[in-house]
Ligand binder design. Structure first.
Ligand SMILES: [Zn+2]
Length: 72
């Protein structure tokens, strides 16, 4: 298995590599759902790797299970 391959933990088939992208400035994960997006809180995990205008994060998608795995 190469570095850029990922097996789906649900069905064990190869996942497709792609990018989660946003038209906004940042992508982040948090336990709390924000009412308004002003700035992420310190507990939030930033997922964005791209430039200010084109945030993205590499991810692996299983179209069969409809699951996406993101590494941050
Ligand atoms: Zn799967």
């Amino acid at each position: 298995m190469e570095d850029n391959e990922m097996q789906c933990p649900y069905c064990n088939e190869e996942m497709k590599k792609g990018y989660i992208q946003s038209p906004r400035q940042q992508i982040f994960w948090g336990e709390e759902k924000h009412k308004m997006f002003i700035t992420p809180s310190s507990d939030d995990i930033s997922l964005s790797q791209g430039t200010f205008n084109v945030p993205y994060v590499e991810s692996y998608c299983c179209l069969k299970c409809k699951k996406i795995i993101i590494e941050f």
